[in-house]
Design a protein around this ligand. Structure first.
Ligand code: SF4
Ligand code: ZN
Ligand code: ZN
Length: 309
């Protein structure tokens, strides 16, 4: 049995293949907290007196993020942490996750805001999927657009300074690949740790765990004894993201730091992409008055397709 390369006292339970570290569970968990803190500092994600809304679905990423932020931001008396949970309306999946998110919020003594697709759009995701009948748009495309809108509206109404989400390194590299495969190369510029508000109706979004691999977040949750939802969304099987996940995981088995390399490549090419993108003025959607580049926002276009608008 090997000793932990950090404390040199406890037995190592995890080998970090891309760095050569062998860590005991305590040092491993501390390394995840340190990495998250370093990411927050590196990108200047928070101010000492921010009102931070944390999007918590009940999955391992968002619950771990909440756990870590409560530890970090709890040391700043002027910072306020509030939990935001969106119920998309996915039977047998989201109700269980929302219960877990509520338990975690209570254990930390925080306030939770709950919003649902049903109350915002009049229909839950299950109904929308049935109405759409499996035509051109996948459930995840609907879900992503409607959830982003829901999160921004809730954060704005709560007068939050910043909205934190649990995106991890795998999410970010998958999104980069998806943009490439969809032919949206310039949108790689939008895959970034901090999306600063560019309109009074948009709340700044940050991803403090964007440099932590998904597998390490799972292990963190396990070592910390954090309860999280283990089952996958019933709609996830149809997503292109899933195929990209398998592809990247397969490459990573033989080439250890390929996801970090992709992430760093994104960071390097972003300024060049930004220079290519014309400075476009954000206006307001003609139908809902939410911020958008075009005349009608993505959300309204989707809702029109479903004849909801
Ligand atoms: Fe929504 Fe797709 Fe995630 Fe399910 S897998 S919660 S449908 S984005
Ligand atoms: Zn140790
Ligand atoms: Zn609109």
């Amino acid at each position: 049995m090997t000793k932990c390369t950090h404390c040199r006292l406890n037995l190592a339970v995890f080998e970090r293949s891309y760095s050569g570290e062998r860590l005991c569970s305590d040092c491993f968990c501390r390394s995840i907290q340190d990495k998250t803190r370093a990411t927050i500092n590196h990108y200047g994600m928070f101010n000492h007196n921010d009102k931070i809304l944390v999007a918590v679905s009940g999955g391992k990423d968002s619950i771990s993020l909440l756990n870590i932020l409560a530890g970090i931001e709890g040391k700043f008396p002027d910072t306020e942490l509030i939990v935001l949970t969106v119920d998309e309306g996915i039977e047998g999946y989201r109700d269980e996750a929302a219960r877990i998110a509520t338990n975690a919020t209570r254990q930390l003594g925080l306030q939770q805001i709950l919003i649902s697709f049903k109350e915002l759009y009049g229909y839950d995701l299950d109904q929308i999927v049935k109405m759409h009948g499996g035509r051109s748009i996948t459930p995840c495309s609907f879900c992503g657009v409607l959830r982003r809108r829901a999160l921004n509206i809730a954060a704005r109404e709560e007068r939050a300074d910043v909205l934190a989400t649990g995106h991890n390194l795998d999410d970010e590299t998958q999104t980069m690949m998806m943009n490439l495969l969809h032919g949206n190369a310039l949108r790689i510029a939008d895959v970034r740790p901090v999306l600063r508000s560019t309109h009074p109706k948009l709340v700044t979004r940050v991803k403090p765990m964007c440099r932590v691999p998904e597998r390490e977040i799972s292990l963190y949750a396990y070592f910390q004894g954090i309860e999280f939802q283990g089952i996958s969304c019933p709609y996830s099987g149809s997503a292109l993201r899933n195929d990209i996940r398998f592809l990247l995981d397969g490459i990573e088995r033989n080439h250890k730091s390929v996801k970090f390399t992709l992430f760093k490549s994104m960071e390097r090419i972003r300024p060049a992409l930004e220079a290519l993108i014309e400075e476009r003025e954000i206006g307001e959607c003609r139908l809902c008055q939410e911020p958008t580049f075009g005349e009608i926002c993505n959300t309204c276009q989707l809702l029109k397709e479903l004849s909801i608008l």
